[in-house]
Design a protein around this ligand. Structure first.
Ligand SMILES: Cc1cc2nc3c(=O)[nH]c(=O)nc-3n(C[C@H](O)[C@H](O)[C@H](O)COP(=O)(O)O)c2cc1C
Length: 314
């Protein structure tokens, strides 16, 4: 039941993808996810080429299974990172906002699966036409940079609009969420926040604990006035930023949550002064455990939910 086109496309056991995550999606997490039968993705953020090369080398030391790389098209190093990804023959590339157009033929020629992350049907159609092998449809429940449509509304609309497999992202952290995504027409899921709270993730323990302690209303969205909405846990930094936005401070004068703020929160564990990226599903996450347990429990629960819905389960 849970073998889907995404498993075949990526040569993975389970259709579970660990979304690329700047700062915390490093070789430790990526190799753990790939070893457990999913697809780990290295988050490159704005890190320089030698850092990315190091992460790929480290990942290869820890797994022989396929893994991917997430490319931030806003990075000043995109061109060099594309060369590295192609030379290293990563299994897949995911991209976010921006135009990956020029790079797509090179990925395809190298046999690298191109899986753009989109937040709208129009973008999904555009990316399929440009050659996407799968579409990651990411709802606004997600942690990090977001669009405006929910996963529940976005996934079935994207699934109807494209022929390539759709991977649902945003607001999924257990088997019920996975079964729901499959019911909406997705052939796989991508999770971020759940994987932050894994034993292998290098995120600061204080940040992981703050996700575990979070409830359903613990996140907020800032940066709408800048055109790059960002979902984080509510803290002093995000509240101060919200006040400045409400006061109508022009976007040129707003100090954005740059990579230093994110590093401060995610890695150094500054829980009030750092940006603590997290999805709304934080409220469902109650523990920090090994990636293998996370994946196996989700698969078992999704299969049980589907069996129950079919009337064949207990
Ligand atoms: C800490 C964190 C960092 C993230 N960084 C990136 C990133 O660099 N690039 C990207 O495309 N998505 C990024 N995301 C989004 C994830 O890849 C994923 O799509 C999202 O977390 C899914 O929603 P969920 O958090 O509800 O599971 C990030 C998410 C989190 C929580």
């Amino acid at each position: 039941m849970l073998k889907t086109a995404v498993c075949v496309l990526l040569d993975i056991t389970y259709p579970i993808i660990q979304g690329g995550m700047a700062h915390v999606g490093t070789a430790e997490l990526v190799s753990a996810v790939s070893n457990a039968g999913g697809l780990g993705i290295i988050g490159t953020g704005h890190y320089p080429p030698d850092w990315v090369q190091h992460q790929i080398t480290q990942t290869r030391k820890m797994t022989s299974r396929p893994f991917g790389v997430n490319l931030a098209l806003t990075s000043p190093f995109t061109r060099e990172l594309v060369d590295i990804i192609i030379r290293e023959k990563a299994a897949a590339v995911t991209t976010g906002a921006g135009n990956p157009g020029a790079y797509i033929p090179r990925f395809k020629q190298a046999g690298i699966k191109f899986m753009p992350v989109v937040a709208s049907v129009a973008a999904a159609r555009r990316m399929e036409q440009a050659g996407a092998d799968a579409i990651v449809a990411e709802g606004m429940e997600s942690g990090g940079r977001i669009g405006e449509t929910t996963t529940m509304a976005l996934v079935p609309q994207v699934a109807d609009a494209v022929k390539v497999p759709v991977i649902a992202a945003g607001g999924i952290a257990d088997g019920r969420g996975m079964a729901a995504a499959l019911a909406l027409g997705a052939q796989g899921i991508q999770m971020g926040t759940r994987f932050v709270c894994s034993s292998e993730c290098i995120a600061h323990p204080g940040y992981k604990q703050k996700i575990v302690a979070a409830d359903d209303t613990a996140t907020m969205v800032t940066h709408r006035t800048t055109g790059y909405p960002l979902r984080t846990l509510r803290n002093t930094l995000s509240q101060q930023f919200e006040e400045l936005e409400k006061a109508g401070v022009p976007k040129e004068d707003l100090e954005l949550f740059d990579r230093d703020r994110m590093y401060l929160g995610l890695i150094e564990g500054d829980l009030e002064g750092g940006a603590l990226l997290s999805g709304q599903i934080a409220g469902l996450i109650k523990d920090i455990k090994p990636v293998k347990s996370i994946i196996e429990e989700i698969i078992a629960e999704a299969e049980a939910v589907i069996a129950r819905l079919q009337g064949t389960g207990k």
